[in-house]
Design a protein around this ligand. Structure first.
Ligand SMILES: *[C@@H]1O[C@H](CO)[C@@H](O)[C@H](O)[C@H]1NC(C)=O
Ligand SMILES: *[C@@H]1O[C@H](CO)[C@@H](O)[C@H](O)[C@H]1NC(C)=O
Ligand SMILES: *[C@@H]1O[C@H](CO)[C@@H](O)[C@H](O)[C@H]1NC(C)=O
Ligand SMILES: *[C@@H]1O[C@H](CO)[C@@H](O)[C@H](O)[C@H]1NC(C)=O
Ligand SMILES: *[C@@H]1O[C@H](CO)[C@@H](O)[C@H](O)[C@H]1NC(C)=O
Ligand SMILES: *[C@@H]1O[C@H](CO)[C@@H](O)[C@H](O)[C@H]1NC(C)=O
Length: 134
């Protein structure tokens, strides 16, 4: 039993992951979250309407800390390029839910009502492995 528990907790560490709750992620990426740039999910599905002047972001990390990036990519499909930084890289610490009440979109970003886009959240953990969510 002790062995089983240890094994389970090691497995837990090895598969640490995070989920984005708002705007709701495009799909459950737990199995493929290390895949750049979209965590292995399809950005053509499950869109959320997000205000044109920026909106909120809510995600639940599972690492004690991780260098975290929030980027925006314009486009409708898998060719989207995440080259607009929405939040400067920061060290996410602590356990719980992280919420940005209002993230603004840089001035001059070519968007209008109905523009398709994706928000990318990247978490770089202690040993440098990266996890992605869109
Ligand atoms: C799509 O998003 C909705 C919430 O906006 C969620 O309930 C649903 O499970 C999502 N679908 C998938 C395949 O993740
Ligand atoms: C994503 O979905 C679209 C259609 O909704 C499909 O054409 C495309 O092949 C899918 N891409 C991947 C990587 O599954
Ligand atoms: C936005 O993406 C949806 C599918 O998610 C597609 O039906 C629609 O045509 C796209 N809109 C534009 C302006 O490309
Ligand atoms: C992002 O990449 C697209 C496509 O290459 C380009 O048109 C756009 O100017 C780039 N935006 C920024 C902010 O670098
Ligand atoms: C992030 O913060 C944690 C907790 O304070 C610290 O242990 C860690 O070294 C920091 N990481 C970096 C890359 O600064
Ligand atoms: C974070 O909190 C949850 C629920 O309170 C707990 O199950 C989990 O072990 C905690 N994780 C860390 C790294 O402290």
């Amino acid at each position: 039993m002790a062995f089983l528990l240890l094994f389970l907790s090691l497995l837990q560490l090895a598969t640490a992951h995070f989920h984005v709750d708002y705007p709701y992620w495009r799909g459950n990426s737990f199995k493929t979250q290390w895949e750049r740039p979209c965590g292995g999910v399809n950005v053509t599905t499950n869109r959320t309407e997000w205000p044109l002047d920026g909106g909120s972001l809510l995600f639940a990390p599972s690492h004690p800390w991780a260098i975290t990036y929030v980027n925006l990519g314009l486009g409708s499909d898998d060719t989207v390029i995440f080259n607009i930084s929405l939040v400067e890289a920061f060290n996410q610490t602590g356990n719980g839910t992280l919420c940005f009440p209002k993230i603004t979109i840089p001035e001059g970003t070519p968007i209008s009502a109905g523009t398709n886009a994706s928000i990318q959240v990247i978490q770089l953990s202690e040993l440098g492995s990266a996890l992605y969510n869109v």
